[in-house]
Structures are given as C-alpha cells and as structure tokens.
Design a protein around this ligand. Structure first.
Ligand code: NDP
Length: 304
C-alpha cells in the first residue's frame, strides 16, 4: 500500500488553515514565517517556492529575504539577528545549503531557538535527544506523522535507518527510539517511538543482512536504487527520503526525480511504501507549517 504523503499533507494543511481562520476570528494576526535564501541554487529555489505556497494556502504570512551568493557571513548573521529581534516574525528558516564561505553551523547557532522552525538549533536537537518537547526537525517529524496517520505502530519494531545526517537520520533515530511523550493524532502515543533502532551509514558492514531483519526501513542516503528488493523482507514498511535527479531525455527538463529505493521491485514486497515524489517531501513541508504554528502559539502564550 502506498503511503500517500501528498494527500496526508493536504489534510494537515486543511487542519492548520481551519485553526488559522479561528485565530483570525479571535482578532489575532496569523503566524508569520520568514524564509532566507542565499544565491540561486535551483533546487533551493524550488523548495523555498513550495514552502511559501504552502504557507499562503493555510493563511500564514510569509516573507522571503533573498540574498546574493556573494553575501558575507557577517551580513547574513546580521539578517539572522534582525529576524530574531523582529516581533512580527514568529519563525524563520535559512535555506541550506549555504555558499562555502559561510559556516552553516554558525548561522544555525545564531538563530533564536524559539524561532527555529527547522528544528536544527543545537538546543532543539538536544531537547529532541532528551525526549523533551522541542521543535523537531521537519523531515523526521513528517515521517513520524505519516506513520501515525496510517496507524503503523513502531513499538517493539526493528527499525533500520540508512543515513546519519543531522537533518534526517540522527533525529529520526532519536524520535523512534524514545519512550513516547507526544500525543499524536489518530494514534495512541504509546504506539509511537519505543522502536529498536539501527542507524546505518557508508561504513556499515553487511547492510543487506541488517535490512533483512527490519520491520521498517527508512532510507535517507541520496543514492538512487540503494535499497533493492533482495534487502527487504516480505511485509516490511519502506520510507524513501531520497530526492535524486537522474537524467531522462523523455522529460522536458532533462531529468526526473527518484528516491533511494528501487521502487518498482521493492514495492511488491512491502506492506507500505512511500513514493518519490509524493511521499516524504510534502510531509516535510507540512511539518514546517506545524512547527511555525507551534512557535507562534508558544510566543502568544509567553505574551499573554
Ligand atoms: P547526507 O548526504 O547529509 O547524508 C547521507 C547519509 O547517507 C550519510 O550518513 C552517508 O553515510 C549515508 N550513505 C550514503 N551512501 C551510503 C551507502 N551506500 N550505504 C549506506 N549509507 C550511505 O544526506 P541528507 O540526509 O541531507 O539527505 C539524504 C537524501 O534525502 C538526499 O537525497 C536528500 O535530497 C533527501 N532529502 C529529502 C528530504 C525530503 O523532504 N524528502 C529532506 C532532506 C533530505 P556517511 O555518513 O558515512 O557519509
């Protein structure tokens, strides 16, 4: 069965839009997200445009701050500082990757963790690791939400994650291994988390053997067709995070997007699988909206 991220994300957007319209009826201003983009990376421009569109669809205000690739680190840090201080902005993201002369670590640390809707600030990452309420990194949060809404329990399951990046693999592992603390929609909290997690990477030995022991496999490696049918047990759940461009002369743009899973051969073995596109990607954007609403509400609570 396909885990339809597009449809699930649309449902989440509807829920958020309803909440925003209630807030407006109460005379409150809508949540306001700012998006900082540096340079003209085509993939980043597409991601940012999609995020802006999603914000508008749910009634958020959104402001784009576009800076040339030649911007200095100091100038970017000044922009971050201004956004931290700007009371009309609830949350903001600095779209990654940044040009090489700018330290992503410095920029991420400079963001006020209370406005860090990407959940990448060390403070939020630390809270997530401790199993405490935090702003959770958007992609793992979206995957957890997708599992919850399809009522796929993780408790006691063997979960294999391929990829140990700070934005996907590591926070995903932290979320699924936790004793649950969150009440997620449509599934009791006790059924999420509580998994036995194995985190794999490029130095892992015998990936196939490890994957064959998995109830749930989450692939976030950026390698087309890394997960093949012989690595997947019958009935496994497969979540494909990868977004890879492969040349395709039949497409007007000259490429198509594929994930990290050999979808056509793996899908028949799975109980559930996410497609690419239309799986994890839309859920990531939905999580960004949820995070923005969360920080907005936290800010209002602080003020009242
Ligand atoms: P990174 O490049 O930061 O990390 C990739 C990870 O995969 C690394 O830990 C690497 O190991 C591991 N890896 C690479 N090749 C292999 C291999 N052959 N066997 C085992 N492990 C391997 O990637 P990201 O986490 O940022 O992104 C991963 C993919 O997900 C990309 O395609 C990206 O575009 C996509 N993505 C999609 C999102 C969405 O919303 N759908 C959001 C974010 C990312 P090592 O650490 O040893 O190098």
């Amino acid at each position: 069965m396909i885990l339809d991220g597009r449809q699930t994300a649309a449902q989440i957007r509807e829920e958020i839009a309803a909440e925003v319209s209630q807030l407006k009826q109460q005379g409150l201003r809508p949540p306001h997200l700012a998006v900082v983009i540096v340079g003209h990376n085509p993939a980043s421009e597409t991601y940012v445009a999609n995020k802006e569109k999603a914000c508008r669809q749910v009634g958020f205000d959104v402001t784009r701050i576009a800076l040339e690739a030649s911007v200095t680190e100091k100038e970017l840090l000044d922009v971050v500082g201004r956004l931290n201080d700007d009371d009309s902005i609830d949350g903001f993201i600095v779209q990654l990757p940044l040009p090489e002369h700018i330290s992503e670590e410095k920029v991420t640390r400079a963001i006020d963790y209370r406005k860090d809707v990407d959940g990448l600030h060390p403070y939020n990452v630390g809270l997530t690791a401790l199993g405490q309420r935090s702003v959770v990194s958007a992609t793992p949060k979206g995957i957890r939400e997708l599992l919850a809404r399809y009522r796929i329990p993780t408790e006691g399951k063997n979960v294999v994650i391929i990829g140990r990046s700070n934005i996907v693999g590591k926070p995903m592992a932290m979320l699924l291994m936790q004793k649950p603390y969150l009440q997620l929609p449509k599934m009791s909290a006790s059924a999420l988390g509580n998994a036995t997690v194995t985190l794999c990477h490029s130095k892992t030995r015998d990936l196939k053997k490890i994957c064959l022991g998995a109830d749930i496999i989450i692939v976030a490696a950026g390698q087309p067709s890394l997960l093949t049918a012989d690595m997947v047990s019958d009935g496994a759940v497969v979540i494909d995070v990868g977004i890879n461009r492969v040349e395709d002369a039949t497409q007007a743009r000259g490429y198509r997007l594929v994930g990290d899973v050999d979808f056509s051969n793996v899908a028949p073995k799975c109980s559930y699988i996410t497609p690419v596109p239309g799986g994890v990607g839309p859920m990531t954007i939905a999580s960004l909206l949820q995070n923005t609403l969360q920080v907005y509400k936290d800010r209002l609570a602080v003020k009242s």
